[in-house]
Design a protein around this ligand. Structure first.
Ligand code: TNX
Length: 571
């Protein structure tokens, strides 16, 4: 049930998002030198002309005074379908290639494809210097150009997930035509990511490539194994802001992950603005582990991230961790404490020492108000209430509080998510429990009616060190190298019906992570390994084949300026 709601809402969200919102305007604030080009004329002035979509987008200014040269003498670099991660359900390669040049027109026939078409245009603009025209569905006859066409179709064909999977797609590339078939915005988006990944590594570079880039010819038919393919990012223990998160979102989208779980509050800080309680961010955001200045997302920042992620097929799930992990709120708002006395701000790394004053009307009101404001700016179906490590809350208080808070979320029209402990609380109603430590607790949660997302700390806590070759990181749950992530089989993790498992999610806690480069090091190469576990049918997975494909991605990470760990297991 939760799974079908999830897919439906993701698809609906993408369909309703403006094709190319203007929030991606050049962040430097300079004006776009292409603004007067014909590609930016308003659509529909001549009924014979196809509508031109996404005139702005995130491509940034493209210097048309120096268009890349074209013609037979221009060098062409061809990509390949041999290195795709995650491995698609079916891939076959053809002969020749589709050269990306100024003649190419992107045609988004169904309205659902517009977001993906604009994203493709923006992704290609960066490295090619080309701002391809994106036309609406009526461009069929009128354009003699070579086309990248988005068409309505059944999407992913004969994959393990079955035909017509809502996130599936079919991609066919010939020297003169690229065709993308899908049935949802998500399916079109994943096809675009496959196409980008099939292009040469230079496509990821912020610098313009000298040569023309070309897609390989061939056919890909694809659909995911799990509907929930997530990453949790803790922006509390160390503060990470909008541009850092955009960078993470870009990486996730490239590997077809579709859930970004943001850990927004903890003992060390409160990271999202709540209008009714300005002290949460005026007082509670200015700390972090080690005592740095902290920071927080304004409501506009948060909405921007939700939109930025949504256009890349990613649902944001916000987490307010309750009733423990609350020192920052207790510090900012004295009334949340039983004795009315605010504790000192906390900049260490201990857990389990804080709790809201359970049963106090001011606390009840606080929880209702905060979750309502969060739900109001969260189009996705889920709100995460934490619920972990409440070691300073009595069991009776914990059970009463969690039962009430789950219902608060349901009354807001959202599905509650909590760390696995919340599944021990008697109650009814839809619930997603996030397994992290104790399989027996997760199994009990399923027995009580919950669905599961799997984040076992022994494998999927990417704050843990890789191993001796990369020893930085936490160690309490052991080390996790790329192969351990890859060889992990989700349905063997807990003894439940596989249908109770919605999917998998890596967690990146940031007590020991201070910079965006460190984030990148923790994620690469482990995140792509998780992505293949989440997407590709188990019987198509194999380490030797994966490690060969993934090794070819090093050039992509280097082109994109992303630091990575050199894991010797990859060979
Ligand atoms: C456990 S996982 C926590 C976090 C820490 C993490 C560090 C979980 C639900 N709680 O508060 O940041 O370990 O690895």
């Amino acid at each position: 049930m939760a799974r079908s709601i999830f897919l439906f809402v993701v698809a609906a969200l993408l369909a309703s998002t403006a094709a190319c919102s203007d929030d991606g305007a050049d962040p430097s604030g300079s004006t776009d030198p292409t603004a007067s080009s014909t590609h930016d004329e308003p659509a529909g002035t001549d009924p014979r002309e196809p509508a031109v979509l996404c005139p702005e987008g995130e491509a940034g200014p493209v210097d048309r005074s120096d268009p890349p040269t074209s013609g037979a003498d221009r060098q062409v670099i061809e990509g390949t379908f041999d290195d795709l991660v995650p491995l698609p359900a079916e891939v076959s390669s053809g002969d020749g290639s589709f050269v990306i040049d100024q003649e190419v027109v992107v045609v988004a026939a169904p309205p659902d494809a517009e977001v993906a078409a604009c994203l493709l245009r923006d992704e290609l603009a960066r490295s090619t210097g080309l701002r391809l025209e994106v036309a609406g569905g009526d461009a069929e006859e009128s354009s003699p150009a070579r086309q990248i066409r988005f068409e309505a179709g059944p999407g992913g064909g004969s994959s393990a997930a079955g035909p017509g999977h809502p996130e599936g797609y079919r991609l066919e590339v010939s020297p003169d035509l690229v065709t993308i078939e899908a049935s949802t915005a998500a399916g079109y988006g994943w096809a675009v990511q496959t196409l980008i990944q099939s292009a040469p590594a230079a496509v990821h570079s912020p610098f313009r490539a000298e040569a023309a880039l070309a897609f390989p010819t061939g056919t890909v038919v694809d659909a995911p194994r799990f509907g929930w393919r997530g990453l949790m990012v803790d922006i509390v223990r160390h503060w990470f802001g909008v541009s850092d998160l955009e960078r993470v979102i870009d990486l996730m989208a490239g590997y077809k992950l579709n859930v970004l779980h943001l850990h927004l509050s903890d003992d060390q800080g409160w990271r999202v603005a709540i209008d009714a309680y300005p002290a949460l961010t005026e007082v509670g955001a200015s700390t972090q582990v080690g005592g740095g200045p902290g920071g927080f997302l304004t409501k506009d920042d948060y909405r921007h991230l939700v939109d930025y992620a949504g256009r890349r097929g990613i649902t944001v799930i916000p987490e307010i961790d309750l009733p423990g992990h609350t020192n920052a709120a207790l510090h900012a708002i004295p009334e949340l404490n039983c004795d009315g006395v605010a504790p000192e701000p906390y900049t260490g790394t201990q857990v389990g020492f804080s709790t809201l004053c359970i049963g106090d009307p001011a606390v009840e009101e606080f929880v209702r108000t905060v979750l309502a404001e969060l739900a109001e700016m969260t189009p996705g179906p889920y709100i995460h209430i934490g619920g972990d490590e409440a070691h300073s809350t009595t069991t009776a208080d914990y059970q009463a509080f969690i039962a009430r808070t789950l219902d608060v979320v349901r009354d807001l029209g959202k599905v509650p998510v909590g760390w696995e402990e919340v599944g021990t609380v008697p109650g009814s109603g839809e619930l997603v429990a996030q397994h992290w430590l104790d399989a027996s607790i997760a199994e009990a949660a399923v027995a009580g009616g919950a669905s599961l997302v799997l984040s076992p700390s022994s494998v999927l806590y990417f704050d843990m060190a890789y191993g001796e070759f990369a020893p930085d990181g936490n160690s309490w749950a052991g080390t996790t190298d790329t192969r351990e992530v890859y060889d992990w089989e989700p349905i063997d993790q807990v003894a439940v019906e596989p249908s109770a498992i919605l999917g998998v999610e890596a967690a990146m806690w940031t007590e020991l992570i201070e910079t965006p480069d460190e984030i990148s090091l923790r994620l690469l190469p482990r995140l792509p390994a998780l992505a293949e576990v989440a997407w590709t049918a188990q019987d198509r997975r194999g380490w030797a084949n994966f490690s060969t494909r993934l090794s070819a991605h090093v050039a992509r990470w280097e082109a994109a300026g992303r630091p990575y760990v050199d894991d010797p297991g990859l060979g």
